[in-house]
Design a protein around this ligand. Structure first.
Ligand code: PLP
Length: 415
């Protein structure tokens, strides 16, 4: 019999290091530890400040609730920092995520926003973990929710709308969502069963056009009107972007204004709640990873983390990340040139084309800090080929890049 193995929602980084070391900044940490394994540098103060600013902006725009999308980074240190920044609502999509949040914050409001749920997951979430709000995009899912909760009358039923393919960097159309007619029908059925119903959508991740929220809200308004029933919740989802080397998004307030105007245009009755589900925007700046160069071959660097580790978005999705050489001050004066990276595994798919801009004299043994990896970084790590030995420290310095409107200054200028 094969063994059944479970992957924890908690970052594997966390399992081996119950208490992170706390150090002032990345440079001091590298000098002290001279790390031979990837070093994850978490910034609780940045996470807290980013959350505080985001929650304030969303509250000011629409008086709504900010649900953190836990899948983006479920590390307890991240969740704690966001909580300190004022996040009280969590968008979870698995029992493991719900459990982590519930065990840390008994008074958190948890919303199960995965539109296709396992039956056992519904039972556990509803009966044991206090979840009341569930997303759905089909009559079959509605039937599941009714059956597994014993026809509960206190469910919040949030209908996920399908959106046409937008211009987000990560398109999310196609997997989930009900088409407008079906969504209107679902809202009518839900209204007959539930004291709290609503609509939700996701414009796609790293969405660089604030108007996408306005477009989606107009579509949502059409569905609500077609349904003929009032809704209690409009959830504008995630997708809020952050800066990467070749991508400086419009300021956060442009998104808030698009949402404010879009909501105002729906003419919803007073008391309708507005939610959003940011992931990337809250946590990307909150962590960077320090890797070590194991070999240089021209403009290619073989480093000790890769697409099976924390850098999967640098692989096929080909995100560019900010980076800098970590050397004692004054010794990294060579002009910058573009490099590509190879990860530590034997797989030739473990390649990151970048380009990563680094001093031309980078060599074996050097350390490189790669920034903006708090979102969809450590949480996607695997143990493939035996490379799973990262360490975690907490640092107090700023992120490598600033995202306009986030109010968190960076160490590198925005490009
Ligand atoms: C992943 C996800 C999010 C977060 O998306 P970001 O683009 O990281 O903000 C929000 N809501 C749902 C339902 C998701 O699946």
């Amino acid at each position: 019999m094969g063994q059944i193995r479970y992957r924890s929602a908690v970052s594997p980084v966390r399992r081996s290091f119950a208490r992170p070391v706390e150090l002032p900044d990345v440079d001091a940490t590298v000098a002290a530890l001279r790390p031979a394994e990837p070093l994850h540098c978490l910034r609780p103060a940045v996470l807290k400040a980013t959350a505080r600013r985001f929650v304030a902006a969303f509250t000011e725009a629409v008086g709504g609730d900010v649900l953190y999308a836990v899948k983006c980074n479920p590390d307890p240190a991240v969740l704690r920092a966001l909580w300190k920044g004022g996040v009280r609502h969590f968008d979870c999509a698995s029992p493991a995520e719900v459990r982590v949040v519930r065990s840390m914050f008994p008074e958190a409001v948890i919303h199960y926003m995965h539109p296709v749920k396992n039956r056992a997951a519904i039972r556990v979430a509803y009966r044991e973990l206090g979840v009341r709000d569930f997303a759905l995009d089909s009559v079959e899912e509605l039937a599941k929710l009714r059956e597994e909760t014993g026809d509960a009358r206190d469910l919040g039923l949030i209908v996920r709308l399908a959106l046409p393919k937008g211009n987000a960097t990560y398109d999310l159309s196609g997997k989930f969502g009900a088409a407008p007619d079906a969504a209107a029908g679902l809202l009518r059925r839900a209204r007959a069963l539930s004291p709290r119903i609503g609509v939700c959508f996701h414009v796609g991740s790293q969405c660089l056009t604030p108007d996408s929220y306005g477009d989606a809200l107009r579509l949502a308004g059409g569905v609500i009107r077609a349904s003929g029933v009032p809704v209690d919740v409009v959830d504008v989802g995630g997708g809020f972007p952050v800066s990467y080397p070749d991508m400086t998004p419009p300021p956060l307030d442009a998104y808030m204004e698009a949402i404010r105007a879009g909501i105002a245009g729906l003419g919803l009755p007073a008391g309708t709640r507005v939610w959003c589900e940011p992931g990337r925007a809250l946590v990307a700046a909150g962590s960077s990873v320090v890797v070590q160069v194991e070999k240089r071959r021209g403009d290619e660097l073989f480093v000790n983390d890769g697409v099976y580790g924390s850098l999967s978005d640098a692989g096929v999705p080909a995100f560019r990340f900010p980076c800098r050489l970590v050397r004692p001050a004054g010794t990294d004066t060579a002009p910058l040139m573009p490099f590509s990276f190879w990860g530590p595994t034997c797989d030739s798919a473990d390649r990151m084309k970048g380009p990563f801009l680094l001093p031309a004299d980078v060599r074996e043994g050097d350390w490189i800090e790669i920034g903006q990896l708090g979102a969809y970084g450590a949480t996607l790590r695997t143990e493939f080929n035996g490379f799973d030995q990262a360490r975690l420290v907490e640092v107090a310095d700023g992120p490598l890049l600033e995202t306009p409107g986030h109010g968190v200054p960076a160490r590198l200028p925005a490009k």
